[in-house]
Design a protein around this ligand. Structure first.
Ligand code: GLC
Length: 460
């Protein structure tokens, strides 16, 4: 099931290109794989979530210390996106990596700064890595000592890091999501030290050692339980590692979800790439689906190239982020933007700068994004259309390509306006002509050179 996940992703963010830049990309579940939840509380929460449109996915863990690919460097797969110093023997490398626990000491850790920056960016929900594939827990789990609360940071009052992250965002009314990796490469019940660890999968035959596998299932159940029962209210449980939980690595997801929902009624569960009833929304990764999708979905895309912090990251421009958000919204999805806090525990300035610009744009144009719905005719070249819930007020978002100048005129078909058309950001009138089905808009002078939104009423 895990080929490269490239079917149906548009060129706006070309997943193939992104794959070359960094990382394994999960296959997106297909349309037929979506199963509508039956729990009315889950449906209600999904509706609320769908209106938020813009969230942040933090990757913060051991890998942030040297600023390398998240977790994957300890996975012994022969693929070019897993870089490792070739002069090091694999086992020595792994030892060094596990040892990062003793140098991960984020003394400047300031989750309020994270929340301020993301609020300023116009984001409305957060997902935080409580545990990535390397198994290093960013919360004070009782199930293992391999956590931030038992490493170099152990004497800090905020050693139970995830708790402080979630609380900082709750104060700002964000919806709260816990990222949790099902595979755990540190847990001896998943990667048994008795055997070599040739790839991402469990490294023994479950059929030969069922009791060992059951210990892993119990460990996972307990850890998710700790989070769901002891860390306040959650809206989303975002489960990564879509190769665990398929037929041959069954971790009893029904049981986990029942327990989690008992603690968190209405919880949205995102068992990524698994298809079926525990994938309450789908998560195309590093790309945008080609067309509108009739079920809940979210594109997760990095602000730089990596999920975690790396030195001198090549951040995307604010315009690019805005354009992605416009396209995603017009297609009915949400954007979960990946940002990596520094090893010291802060969001760094180049990321803040981009995010602030996105926020400025959203403060003026957010009506075209938040709480909108899709409209049947949703694209004409660089113009993306969204609609108010009444379906009558339309927004035409011109996704200005980086480095280009705003044109003097915009032309589209089908979405014919009636009455006044305005520039959303400043309320100024935009004049237009209609010829049959074709609409020609003359843009007012002196508009800032940024993606532009026009608001109008649709002529029925
Ligand atoms: C991919 C990566 C994983 C990352 C995730 C975020 O699945 O393999 O490391 O956490 O994307 O979406």
């Amino acid at each position: 099931m895990l080929g490269l996940a490239l079917v149906g992703l548009s060129c706006a963010v070309n997943a193939q290109e992104e794959q070359k830049v960094q990382g394994f990309v999960h296959e997106q579940s297909d349309e037929s794989g979506y199963v509508w939840p039956t729990d009315s509380l889950v449906l209600k929460k999904l509706d609320v979530w769908k209106d938020q449109k813009f969230g942040v996915l933090f990757h913060w863990g051991l890998y942030s210390v040297p600023g390398i690919v998240e977790s994957w460097s300890i996975c012994s797969e022969d693929v070019d996106w897993i870089p490792r110093d070739t002069t090091w023997a694999y086992e020595d490398y792994k030892k060094w990596y596990w040892g990062l626990k003793d140098s991960f000491n984020p003394v400047d850790f300031n989750p309020d700064q994270w929340a301020d920056v993301m609020e300023d960016a116009g984001m409305r929900y957060v997902v935080f890595t409580t545990k990535h594939h390397d198994g290093f827990c960013m919360y004070d789990t009782k199930e293992t000592d391999f956590s931030i609360a038992h490493g170099a940071f152990k004497d800090n009052p905020k050693k139970d890091v995830a708790r402080y992250v979630f609380d900082a965002f709750r104060k700002k009314d964000f919806m709260i999501g816990a990222y949790f990796s099902k595979p755990d490469w540190h847990c001896p019940y998943y990667w048994w030290p008795y055997y070599a660890t040739p790839n991402r999968n469990v490294n023994y035959k479950i059929a030969n050692h069922p009791e060992r596998w059951e210990k892993f299932c119990q460990f996972t159940y307990n850890q998710i339980g700790e989070l769901m029962k002891g860390y306040g209210n959650f809206d989303i449980l975002w489960l990564d590692g879509g190769w665990v939980g398929s037929d041959d690595q069954d971790i009893h997801m029904d049981k986990i979800v029942d327990m989690a929902r008992e603690a968190q009624p209405g919880l949205i569960v995102v068992d990524r790439a698994m298809r079926g009833k525990h994938e309450n929304y789908q998560t195309p990764e590093r790309g945008i689906p080609e067309k509108q999708l009739a079920y809940p979905w979210e594109s997760c895309i990095t602000l730089s190239n990596d999920w975690g912090w790396v030195p001198n990251a090549p951040y995307k421009s604010a315009t690019k982020v805005i354009n992605m958000l416009a396209e995603i919204t017009a297609k009915g999805g949400s954007l979960l933007l990946g940002v990596g806090p520094t090893p010291q525990g802060l969001i760094e300035q180049p990321a803040i700068d981009r995010l602030h610009q996105v926020g400025e744009w959203l403060r003026a144009n957010g009506k075209a994004i938040y709480n909108t719905t899709i409209t049947p005719y949703y694209q004409e070249g660089n113009i993306w259309f969204t609609a108010d819930k009444d379906g009558k007020t339309l927004y035409a978002i011109y996704a200005l390509p980086d480095g280009e100048k705003l044109p003097k005129e915009l032309t589209w078909n089908t979405n014919v306006p009636k009455g006044k058309m305005t520039v959303l950001a400043n309320g100024k009138r935009a004049s237009y002509q209609v010829d049959g089905n074709t609409v020609k808009v003359s843009l007012p002078n002196n508009l800032p050179n940024e993606p532009l939104v026009l608001k109008f009423t649709l002529k029925k």
